[in-house]
Ligand binder design. Structure first.
Ligand code: PPS
Length: 297
């Protein structure tokens, strides 16, 4: 077996600190939780498939005054360390990248609130949480786990959906993830951003993010950033569309990373019965909070 083939197996999912994680992340969780950020570091957190890369590209452009040349110098995964990531996706592990990069850094994570290294809160690091309605998220995550040949095997759509609804998949239950950051957002000064709001009015949301970052950019620069980060333009940008991940890892014959980028695509995947059951479970799990998710625009 070649060296390359050795890493190409689907990771198993195991429980660590009460959360289901890919085994490579679980085995390193103590080091991940002990990471000490700099106060100037910016954390971008999300449940997987909620628009993380979209947010990373926007923030990187905002921090570089909309200079597309700077943001096209390297793939997103090299510009932004992925805190908990091992070398599973063929790039350097997040903690190693962080050792080599000087602050201020943009740091990506999918960890639930309770696993975020406490240093982020002690140092009052700015944090943006990007989130997306559960139905589109589970569709996107399922497609992604199928095409990402290093990810835990998602099995059948029906089985996957049942597990997402009742127990939760990687990174724990979606409900707990979104509630965790929602409940802490005021105390920790977390900017909570909805994917659907970005789809509805990207200029408004980019301006909101700019203000949170204490930046003041011209309307021209904001409009340029909005244009550079539309779905079509990011899909065409080889430094943001994840075509830089080898085909042996992301099998794009199954689905592309920049797949559809829509609100309401779940309607093409859920049966009416699945949708009704999902809504019922959702109501119970989310009853104590009123987070304004939208499943269509
Ligand atoms: S990851 O791998 O968990 O970090 O994925 P993440 O980036 O969070 O989410 C991927 C989904 O976001 C869509 N996407 C976008 N939608 C609209 N506009 C832009 N610019 C954009 N960039 C990425 C991407 O297509 C995935 O959603 P689906 O529904 O699968 O298309």
């Amino acid at each position: 077996m070649s060296e390359n083939k050795k890493v190409l197996h689907r990771a198993t999912a195991v429980m660590a600190k009460g959360i289901v994680l890919s085994v490579d992340i679980a085995s390193n969780i103590d080091a991940i939780c002990a990471f000490r950020p700099d106060p100037s570091d910016l954390l971008i957190a999300s449940y997987p498939k909620s628009g993380t890369s979209w947010m990373l590209e926007i923030v990187d452009l905002l921090l570089h005054n909309g200079d597309a040349k700077i943001c096209r110098q390297a793939p997103l995964s090299m510009r932004v360390p992925f805190l908990e990531m091992s070398d599973r996706l063929g790039s350097q592990p997040g903690l190693d990248m962080l050792k080599e990069m000087d602050p201020p850094r943009i740091i990506k994570t999918h960890l639930p609130f309770q696993l975020i290294p406490s240093g982020f809160w002690e140092n009052k690091c700015k944090t943006i949480y990007v989130t997306r309605n559960a139905k589109d998220t589970v569709v996107s995550f399922y497609q992604f786990q199928q095409m990402n040949l290093t990810s835990a095997d998602p099995g059948s759509w029906e089985g996957y959906l049942q597990r997402f609804m009742h127990e939760g998949w990687l990174y724990g239950p979606w409900y707990d993830h979104v509630k965790g950051y929602w409940e802490e957002r005021k105390k920790r000064n977390i900017l909570y951003v909805f994917y659907e709001d970005m789809k509805e009015n990207l200029c408004r949301e980019v301006t909101r993010i700019m203000r949170y970052l204490d930046l003041s950019l011209s309307d021209d620069v904001i409009n340029r950033i909005v244009d550079l980060t539309t779905f079509d333009n990011m899909k065409d940008n080889p430094m943001a569309n994840y075509t830089f991940v080898p085909k042996e890892i992301f099998d794009t014959s199954i689905a592309s990373y920049m797949r559809k980028g829509e609100v309401g695509d779940w309607k093409n995947h859920f049966t009416p019965q699945q949708s009704a059951e999902f809504d019922k479970v959702y109501e119970t799990k989310m009853k104590e909070v009123n987070i304004p998710f939208r499943t269509e625009l």
